[in-house]
Design a protein around this ligand. Structure first.
Ligand SMILES: *Cc1c(COP(=O)(O)O)cnc(C)c1O
Length: 379
């Protein structure tokens, strides 16, 4: 299998488990039952490689993808031609022709886009497919209630294209107790009633965990497929998909009272042993996951031992406090799990005051990448 950069020469490696990905999709599809389970593969497949994700998910049975921009959609269709691909960014001026040529489906995010799509379809005499995004509370993309009523009344506009999906997006799906969930659900029911018969989609990953009343016709999970934790509380039922490891470059001793790393933000409370690993914030390892005032540093895992980061995260280096690890378990050249089955992405994210999504999409290009559990890759 081709790895770039080559496994031995990069200081970090990502192992991406396509079988776990397929299993995660299947378990969500089982949960949603009669509701079609699609997949969000935006953000370059949540940072894990869009083509690989699309191919593995379509092999698992996924037939509907959501990408951010047309360029991602084109890559998805090339990797999995039998699927339909929605593009969340929608229609920019002059883009309609490209949608027709590629077969991508725009998610129309405002009345102007809807009118432009309708006019374009009329001009070429084809009722091309599109989705309409309804804003039930995010205040980001989509039509509000008034605009929804106006478009629903403009029967001649709607007649010019094939409305295949109406969708909205949850604001606080990760927090089941938040009353905004129920409010968005009621608004979605009210707004989609203007488009009887058109398939509906509301649930992202967390929406699936909120319960069946959020399922509608098509679910759009993302983070859960990639093993991330969709909910604020409770255990994460998904399998780990990505493991990020880095190698120990050197180990050394440092005396009580000394500091480690830039800014001298952390003073050692005892004579310590420090291991330096060769990834840093240039590899998307968030700088705020290191030590700092009033913050708990993230942890890493090495040969069975969980150890804390010490001092700040540098561009290409991270220091670990390995004082309590036997030297035999922590040697120059050993691999350290930075994320994976023992060090959960969302836990590192919490230390850095961010979310697992940001860490997953930020791995960058320096890690070597190995895809395992890929039936298509076997001879
Ligand atoms: C990102 C996204 C999803 C997937 O969300 P997850 O929380 O990753 O499951 C679904 N729908 C829309 C509109 C999105 O932007």
């Amino acid at each position: 299998m081709a790895n770039t950069p080559s496994d031995g020469l990069a200081c970090g490696r990502l192992t991406i488990d396509l079988e776990a990905l397929a299993d995660n999709w299947q378990s969500l599809a089982d949960r949603t039952g009669a509701t079609e389970c699609g997949a969000a593969i935006k953000g370059d497949g949540y940072g894990l490689g869009l083509e690989k994700m699309a191919r593995a998910l379509s092999r698992a049975g996924c037939r509907t993808f959501f990408t951010a921009v047309p360029q991602e959609g084109i890559r998805a269709l090339a990797a999995a031609p039998e699927t339909r691909v929605f593009v969340l960014a929608g229609l920019l001026p002059g883009m309609a022709e490209a949608y027709r040529e590629t077969g991508l489906i725009p998610v129309l995010n405002c009345s102007v886009e809807i009118h432009e799509w309708a006019e374009y379809c009329a001009s070429i005499g084809e009722r091309l497919p599109a989705a309409i995004h309804l804003d039930t509370g995010m205040n980001r993309m989509g039509l509000n209630l008034e605009e929804t009523r106006a478009i629903a009344a403009a029967k001649d506009v709607l007649a010019r294209f094939d409305l295949v999906l109406v969708m909205s997006h949850l604001v606080c799906g990760d927090d089941p107790a938040n009353p905004l969930n129920g409010l968005q659900l009621r608004r979605f029911e009210e707004m989609t009633a203007y488009f009887p018969e058109v398939p509906r989609s509301l649930a992202n990953s967390s929406g699936i965990f909120l319960g069946p009343e959020y399922y509608f016709d098509v679910a759009r999970p993302g983070i859960s497929l990639y093993g991330g934790d969709a909910m604020d509380d409770g255990p994460n039922p998904m399998r780990t998909v990505v493991t990020a490891e880095a190698r120990i470059l050197i180990t050394h001793g440092a005396a009580k009272g000394e500091t480690v790393g830039y800014g001298a933000v952390e003073t050692l409370q005892r004579d310590s042993r420090i291991a330096i690993v060769g990834v840093g914030y240039a590899d998307g390892y968030h700088r705020l996951a290191g030590a700092g005032e009033k913050r708990i540093a993230a942890k890493a895992w090495i040969n069975g031992h969980t150890v804390p980061l010490v001092g700040r995260v540098s561009m290409d280096l991270i220091a670990l406090d390995v004082t309590d690890v036997p030297e035999a378990d922590c040697k120059r050249g050993d691999w350290v799990e930075m994320f994976g089955p023992h060090i959960l992405v969302h836990e590192v994210a919490r230390c850095a005051d961010t979310i697992g999504y940001e860490l997953l999409t930020g791995f960058g290009s320096r890690y070597s990448r190995t895809y395992i559990g890929d039936p298509g890759a076997e001879a």
